[in-house]
Design a protein around this ligand. Structure first.
Ligand code: DX5
Ligand code: ZN
Length: 219
């Protein structure tokens, strides 16, 4: 299973040092949580732009941008120059299915992989029609808006259900979980057929980031 480190709550005093440490700890991705203050009440736009610019200058570790925003196109356009490997957005932020399909194509035209995110209250059915066109589904295991929350167990069941569906349809789409992931629940997550786990607090607040990411990789 791959590990993606959310940089939402890193220590502002040691930004570059922290990014070097996360890279040295062998994270597979940096996970950029962009919140517009509308789709969720928190606003992290300025901070995530600044952090992503710093990352572009110091590492080649892939960046995935998780857009928790209403105006998806505005923020896709904002982050394309940062060459993210992946852009993940919430389909329900769009007006209708046609808009979602258009946004998927637009991101892919820019040679960026596409992920669709499901908040805890969103059903798998709500994005089934898009799954053949996307690289991954981000199953949120907390309510979007902040780090440091506890994982919602029902969301792991959703990830398991999604895995069964993808296998039954012979779809290669990856499954990523995001929110409240830690050393206590990583084994269950790995056993659920999840491909990528996002962790913020469990990694960036750890005494030994290397140990945490190594252990998560082994789960
Ligand atoms: C929440 C974000 C998550 C969160 C993960 O809205 O999408 O990526 O920052 O942080 P932890 O691992 O602390 O829950
Ligand atoms: Zn996220």
């Amino acid at each position: 299973m791959e590990i993606s480190t959310s940089i939402l709550n890193i220590n502002e005093e040691k930004i570059t040092e922290t990014f070097y440490n996360i890279e040295a700890a062998k994270t597979d991705y940096f996970h950029i949580d962009v919140m517009d203050g509308k789709f969720v009440s928190n606003n992290t736009v300025e901070k995530m732009q600044r952090y992503t610019d710093i990352l572009n200058g110091i590492t080649n570790t892939p960046i995935e941008v998780h857009l928790m925003v209403e105006n998806v196109k505005e923020y896709v356009d904002m982050f394309i120059p940062n060459n993210p490997t992946k852009i993940i957005f919430h389909a329900k932020a769009m007006q209708n299915s046609e808009e979602v399909f258009k946004m998927i194509e637009y991101i892919k035209e820019n040679n960026i992989q596409v992920g669709l995110a499901l908040s805890p209250e969103d059903s798998i059915d709500s994005i089934k029609e898009f799954i053949p066109k996307i690289h991954q589904v981000l199953v949120m295991t907390v309510n979007p808006g902040q780090g440091g929350q506890a994982l919602i167990p029902e969301c792991i069941k959703k990830a398991q259900e999604l895995k069964k569906y993808l296998d039954s349809e012979n779809l290669e789409t990856q499954i990523e979980v995001d929110g409240g992931v830690n050393l206590q629940n990583i084994k269950e997550i790995a056993n659920s057929g999840v491909d990528i786990a996002v962790a913020g607090t469990a990694i960036v607040k750890a005494v030994d980031m290397k140990y945490v990411i190594y252990t998560m990789h082994q789960a």
